[in-house]
Design a protein around this ligand. Sequence first.
Ligand SMILES: NC(=O)c1ccc[n+]([C@@H]2O[C@H](COP(=O)([O-])OP(=O)(O)OC[C@H]3O[C@@H](n4cnc5c(N)ncnc54)[C@H](OP(=O)(O)O)[C@@H]3O)[C@@H](O)[C@H]2O)c1
Length: 327
Amino acid sequence: MVAYQALVLEQTDTTVSATYQTKLTPDLAKDGVLVKVAYSDINYKDRLAMNPKSGVLRHYPMTPGVDFAGEVVESDNPFFEAGDQVLCTGYETGITIAGGYAEYVKVPSEWLFKLPENLSLAETMQFGTAGFTAAIALSKLLRQAFTADHDTPLLITGATGGVGSFALTILAQLGFTNLTATTRDLQQTDYLLHLGATHVINTADLTAGPLKALSHQTFTGVIDTLGGPVLAHILPQVCAGGFVATCGNAAGATLETTVMPFILRGITLAGIDSVYYPRKDRKELWQLLATTFKPEIWPTVNLVAFSDLARELSQKTHKTGRVLVAF
Ligand SMILES: NC(=O)c1ccc[n+]([C@@H]2O[C@H](COP(=O)([O-])OP(=O)(O)OC[C@H]3O[C@@H](n4cnc5c(N)ncnc54)[C@H](OP(=O)(O)O)[C@@H]3O)[C@@H](O)[C@H]2O)c1
C-alpha cells in the first residue's frame, strides 16, 4: 500500500468544498487496474461538480475528475501490465467512483485504453473528454455526403471552449474553408481565426429575432455545444439534408422547436454521448486523434499543478481552451 493525495469534494447545504486528503492505495485482489495518474484535465462537468445543485455527482464526499492518463501499477487483466501507459474518459469515473483528481486511481479494466502511438500522456489529456467528444461529433459529420465539398458552410458553437475549439481546429486542418465560429466575447475573434475559423459571430446574433419554424438555409453542418435557445434558433437555419451534432447544453437544456426542419428539409439532429460511447468504437477515434485529427494548432492549454487544482476549481473564471492538470 502507498499513501497518496486525492482531491475530495464535500457538500454542505449551499456549497461544495475541495480539500486534499491522504489515502492508501487499495488492495487490488482481483478487482480492477491501479493507475498512477500523470495528467488529468478540467472538463465542463468537473466544474459543474462544484455546484451542489448540479446533480452531476451522485454522492459526496467524492474524488472528481472524469478522465485521466497515467501508468499502470497493478492489474487484474493480463491485457494491462505494470508500466503500460493508459487513458480513461467517461464511464463512471469521477461520478460514482473516485476519479482522476488523485495521484492513484483504480478503475475496471474495460474503462481503460492503451495510449495510441504518437500521443503523449499530456496530449491525451489536452484532448481529454472534450477532444474525444469533438472526435465523435466530427466522425458523424464527416459521414455526411455534403462534406465532400470542403467549402460547405459549417457552424461550430461555443468555439472558444474545449469541445468547440477541437471541432474547429480539426475541421480547419482537414481543409474545410467555410467555418463559422461563435463566441459571446468578440475579443476572442483573433483566437478563433487562428484556430481556423473563417467567420466569427457573436452567439447572440444566432438568437436575435423571433424563433421561426423555418428560416434562411445557412449551414449544412453544425457542431453545437450550447443547446437551449441557441440550438432552437439554429435548427430552422440548417440547409435541406443538413446535419447537426448536439454535444452540450452550456446555454440551456430545454429545446423549443418544431418538426418543420425535419419533415420539410430532412435535417438530422444527432445526439453525442462520450460517456458511454461503445468501447468497440473508441480505439478508432483515439487513433484518429493521434493522426489525422491531431491538431497542428492546439487550442490554448492552461497548465495547472495538481497542488493548485482545488484553488482552480473554486474560481468561477472561465479559461479559453483547455485546462491540463499535471501531477
Ligand atoms: N455529450 C458529451 O458527451 C459531452 C462531453 C463533453 C462536454 N459536453 C458538454 O458540451 C458543452 C461544452 O463543453 P466544453 O467542455 O466545451 O465547455 P467549455 O470549455 O466551458 O466551453 C463552452 C463554451 O461555451 C460558451 N458558453 C458558456 N456558457 C454559455 C452560455 N450560457 N451561453 C452561450 N455560450 C456559452 C463559452 O464560450 P464564449 O464565452 O466564448 O461564448 C465557452 O467557451 C457542455 O454543455 C458540456 O457539458 C458534452
